[in-house]
Design a protein around this ligand. Structure first.
Ligand code: ADE
Ligand code: ZN
Length: 344
């Protein structure tokens, strides 16, 4: 018998989060506060009303509300507060490393400067290191519903901040906006020294995952659910151990799946895919990282050993140095040993 509950086992284990949109952590309480101080209108009268609006039938319905919410963010302090609120929350959940997305075009398109956005986010992330002990990498994501020239312009904005940004990514409305649309932008980004990742196979087909790998040369796939439709693709992902950053509660809320019991993560682990659990947009999907682990573990009856593997994967799939990965994986092994989980 185990001496700790599954809840406590998940809470206490050190974790990394690799798929998190900072704009997706905007909790209604903070949204009201920032809207008020910026004298911005929001179409809700109460927190209850906001929460009731968070019912989505697909990705686009969510994105429309998510971009509207982000519209009240104006000052560097706003971006700082948003990021700091996320960090303090996940610190309590034993997250020790984060690799987070920000969507500059969501803000530059409405006249907010790139500098304001990145300075606010980065100052909070730096405080996260010194005050909370959370390390980080930053991923600048292009909005795929916008055109190539807007993405090129955004990449130009990012060049002076190259030292602060580890990777570029691709998000927003997937269907009808295949990775091939941004092949040239990603080629330039790689030439500038950025890592590349892309959302692919969330609502889109397996062919979009092929494009992300072959044309954008990504080193990680965000979501990737539809890879299971293509056995050759699965074989490639297994052989290369290119990680998939899965987001179970997001998939449920956006109707990518109808029941968590149908989530593909267990099947993917059985096939030796390198998969991780993440929260995507936790303020909108009803749960931060620990809830994603817990609900998934319960729905799929995951063992503590499988949960330990997923947590180790979160560090393996990160951009931490090999030494840092080795150190933290030893720590996790020790945690598992203390909880009577065998190594093999
Ligand atoms: N932007 C924020 N969350 C997203 C998601 N789940 N898919 C695509 N773009 C997003
Ligand atoms: Zn995402």
């Amino acid at each position: 018998m185990y001496t700790t509950s599954i809840e406590k086992f998940i809470e206490d284990i050190p974790k990394a989060e690799l798929h998190l949109h900072i704009e997706g952590t905007f909790e209604p309480e903070l949204m009201f506060k920032i809207a008020q101080r910026n004298h911005k209108e929001i179409p809700y009268n109460s927190i209850e009303e906001v929460k009731n609006a968070y019912r989505f039938n697909n990705l686009q319905e969510f994105l429309d509300i998510y971009y509207a919410g982000a519209g009240v963010l104006i000052t560097e302090q706003d971006f700082y507060d948003l990021t700091w609120a996320y960090l303090t929350k996940v610190h309590k959940q034993n997250v020790t490393h984060v690799e987070i997305f920000f969507d500059p075009q969501t803000h530059t398109e409405r006249g907010i400067s790139f500098d304001i956005v990145i300075n606010g986010i980065r100052n909070a992330l730096e405080d996260g290191i010194s005050k909370l002990g959370i390390s980080y990498k930053l991923i600048m994501s292009f909005l795929r519903h916008l055109d190539e020239s807007s993405a090129f312009k955004t990449l130009e904005h990012a060049i002076p901040y190259k030292k602060w940004i580890t990777a570029v990514g691709l998000d927003s409305s997937e269907l009808g906006n295949p990775p091939s649309k941004f092949e040239r932008v990603f080629t330039k980004a790689r030439a500038e020294g950025y890592q590349t990742v892309a959302h692919a196979g969330e609502e889109g087909p397996a062919t979009y995952i092929w494009e992300a790998l072959d044309l954008l040369k990504v080193t990680r796939i965000d979501h990737g659910n539809s890879c299971l439709d293509d056995e050759q693709l699965v074989q490639k992902l297994v052989a290369s151990q290119i990680p998939l950053t899965l987001c179970p509660l997001s998939n449920l809320e956006l109707k990518v799946i109808t029941d968590l019991k149908d989530h593909p993560i267990k099947k993917m682990m059985d096939k030796n895919l390198l998969v991780t659990i993440n929260s995507d947009d936790p303020a909108y999907f009803g749960g931060y990282i620990n809830k994603n682990y817990l609900e998934t573990a319960k729905a799929l009856n995951l063992s503590r050993k499988q949960i330990t593997t997923l947590v180790k994967n979160s560090f393996k799939a990160s951009w931490l140095s090999e030494e840092e990965k080795e150190r933290i994986i030893k720590e996790i092994d020790f945690y598992a040993y203390q909880n009577q989980i065998s190594k093999n």
